[in-house]
Each structure stands twice: as C-alpha cells, then as structure tokens.
Write a protein that binds this ligand. Structure first.
Ligand code: FES
Length: 200
C-alpha cells in the first residue's frame, strides 16, 4: 500500500515538473535537472514518464541523460564530494587527496557509500586553479587541500550541514524552543519574613 502511494507521489511530482515547463520539448534538459535535484539522480520511471509526457522516444531522453556528466542514472549520496583533477590541481597533489577520500569514505571514486551519505567523483578544472587542489562538497569549495586535511574537512562539513539541516527543519515546521514556564511563587514569597523574636 505504502509502495503504491510512493509511486503515485513520484508520478505527481514528475508531472508537476513537466507541467511547470509547459510540457515543452525544448525544456528537456531543465526538466531532467529538476528531477535530478529532487531525487539526486534520474530514476528510470521518471525518464519513461518524461518520454511519454513529451511524446518523444525513451532513447532520446536517455541520450540527454547520459550525455551530460551532471546527470546520474545511479542513486547518489546525500553529500556530493567532487575532487578537481585538472592540471593545476593534479600537479599539486589532487591524486593523493582522492586516495585519502577513498580511504576515509571506504569507496572508490565514482561510487556512493553504503549508507547513501557520500558520493565521490573527480572532474576536470572547476575554474579556481589558484586555490588548487580543490575539493567541492555540496557545491562548497575547500581550497589548498591536502591529504592531511581531508578528515577534518569531512567532519567540519558534516557538522555544518547538520546545523543548517536542523535550522531548515525548524523553519519548515515552525518549531521553536519551548518557552520557559514562569516559576511558581511559593506562598510566602515576596512577603517580609517575620523577625525572629524572643520566646516569652
Ligand atoms: S585545475 Fe583545478 S580548478 Fe583548475
């Protein structure tokens, strides 16, 4: 039952993305981009749906989905870790950074951790050569990277994303810190204590 509900929800979501572009064939790339940003990859069912809604052969949708490196047909991790292997970064030791990340995350470049937390990949030149070697996590630049800094970078990023995730959740749910109840006044509170007199 739950599975059917999920399929319906996914179908409705993809349909709304397609509709937001007026179902135009020229919008195939942005449609796929939006689907990918929802699911962190392009599920097969969504590609079929796009093909049938736009009235084009599935192979055409696959052609675009496999042409651009930004698209993935495999589920991706919650965090995308990308190492620049362009010439400037490579000569400054980007290869060692990749090896250290592979050791830390226990995956090979191009793979995703079992808990779906991290995906690791390499790219060529991200356009900030002076800061090389560069690692990008979820679009955030970590420059002058070396293998000794990798562990600290991963921990720091996790902490930061946990904080922003919590803040986002609080904003979405409107959850606020519970207000402190005013302390109850005890019966005698505020009254002047009778002076201790001598017993007669
Ligand atoms: S080579 Fe790495 S940013 Fe240009």
């Amino acid at each position: 039952m739950e599975a059917i509900e999920t399929v319906d929800k996914d179908h409705a979501l993809v349909e709304s993305i397609i509709k937001s572009y007026g179902g135009a064939l020229a919008s195939l790339v942005p449609i796929l981009q939006d689907i990918q940003s929802e699911y962190r990859y392009l599920p097969e069912g969504s590609l079929r749906q796009v093909a049938s809604s736009l009235g084009i052969p599935l192979i055409q949708v696959y052609g675009v989905a496999t042409f651009f490196k930004a698209f993935s047909l495999k589920p991706k991790g919650r965090h995308q870790c990308t190492v620049c292997m362009g010439t400037a970064c490579h000569v400054r030791g980007a290869g060692l950074v990749v090896e250290e990340l592979e050791r830390n995350l226990k995956i090979k470049s191009g793979d995703t951790t079992e808990d779906m937390e991290y995906s690791l990949e390499t790219v060529n030149c991200v356009g900030a050569c002076a800061l090389g070697p560069i690692v990008l996590i979820d679009g955030e630049y970590y420059g002058h990277m070396n293998s000794a800094k990798v562990g600290k970078m991963l921990k720091g990023h996790e902490k930061k994303s946990a904080k922003t995730g919590k803040a986002r959740e609080e904003k979405a749910t409107g959850a606020k810190k519970p207000m402190k109840k005013p302390a109850k006044k005890s019966k005698g509170a505020g009254k002047a204590r009778p002076k201790a007199g001598k017993k007669k």
